[in-house]
Design a protein around this ligand. Sequence first.
Ligand code: NAI
Ligand code: AKG
Length: 365
Amino acid sequence: MKLFEYMEKYDYEELLLCQDKASGLKAIICIHDTTLGPALGGCRMWTYDSEEEAIEDALRLARGMTYKAAAAGLNLGGGKSVIIGDPRKDKSEALFRAFGRFVQGLNGRYITAEDVGTTVEDMDLIHEETDYVTGISPAFGSSGNPSPVTAYGVYKGMKATVRQAWGDDSLEGKTIAVQGVGNVAYNLCRYLHEEGARLIVTDINQEAVRRAVEAFGARAVDPNEIYSVECDIFAPCALGGVINDETIPQLKARVIAGAANNVLREERHGDQIHELGFYYAPDYVINAGGLINVADELLGYNRDRAMRKVETIYDNIEKVFEISRRDNIPTYRAADRMAEERIQAMKNARSTFLQNPKSILNMKE
Ligand SMILES: NC(=O)C1=CN([C@@H]2O[C@H](COP(=O)(O)OP(=O)(O)OC[C@H]3O[C@@H](n4cnc5c(N)ncnc54)[C@H](O)[C@@H]3O)[C@@H](O)[C@H]2O)C=CC1
Ligand SMILES: O=C(O)CCC(=O)C(=O)O
């Protein structure tokens, strides 16, 4: 990958490689765009096959956060970080504290949180070294694990998408294929089950599958089968890139709506599913609940306020479909348009000089 060429193409601000020999830390922090405010985005810990793959993941995820914050109406920019390592074996206090010091060094331009492979306990360790971390333990006045809130937002967004496809938003009797039943999807399955949906689940972790089967009467299938099962809704809730040349011809669902980031392997796959008549809820619009929740900590965390804002994901999905119909474009492009218009509008609104501009960090009521 030609890094500067790529950064220029998508207008990235900063890419930082962090190395600490003693703790074994190898991390990447990427800041995409801070027009709307500090870049907030989780820290992923994953066993990447190569350094290039880790850098690419950080870059793509960071850009997604810019759009996620903008589309959700937050005063935040986009950033993300990844730690290269196995979350089951390579975690230590020293590793997360070393990472926290790199975050602190950015002086608030980047604020971290959980993502795949990291937990509230890891955020607490990072918090030993920096205040620029969210999703820490409620004991610190924080919001804790964002996953249940992300799940609630995905549930609301799925209902809004279902309304587009079938005219009413009920999930009762719908068959939903859930890929990955980790932190977000387990909570999502609870909402879906309570509303009377039939669940089909898969995961590479058999324990996660067993939990979902026991708790929600879900039917389990092998990871490769999840794309081709007969269902109404496909909910990608594992990793990204799962809508691609191999999987699109297999899909039986009419709606694609889930928690995973970067669901489309390439943009052209978004065009393809649009042409084929799928109802696709753009990933960063439907999965913004966790971000909305942790962002509320910057104002002094208030659960009711955060949940009210998460409910607006339903309206945001409706807006995306409206733009898609109005401009005759796929929903992923409609979401980009909605986010880009807000970023541009705020750039313009902030063009007049103010002696003491209000920042997100001092907007406490
Ligand atoms: N946790 C949160 O609040 C948010 C999460 N997301 C995204 O949602 C997705 C899920 O996040 P979490 O639930 O937090 O992660 P998690 O790590 O708890 O769950 C992911 C699950 O997917 C499974 N998995 C991985 N590869 C798989 C495959 N090929 N087939 C089937 N299962 C597979 C894993 O075993 C795991 O159980 C990720 O893409 C994440 O970036 C997005 C917004 C917020
Ligand atoms: O939900 C979080 O942990 C923070 C936001 C984030 O990284 C995401 O939405 O992907």
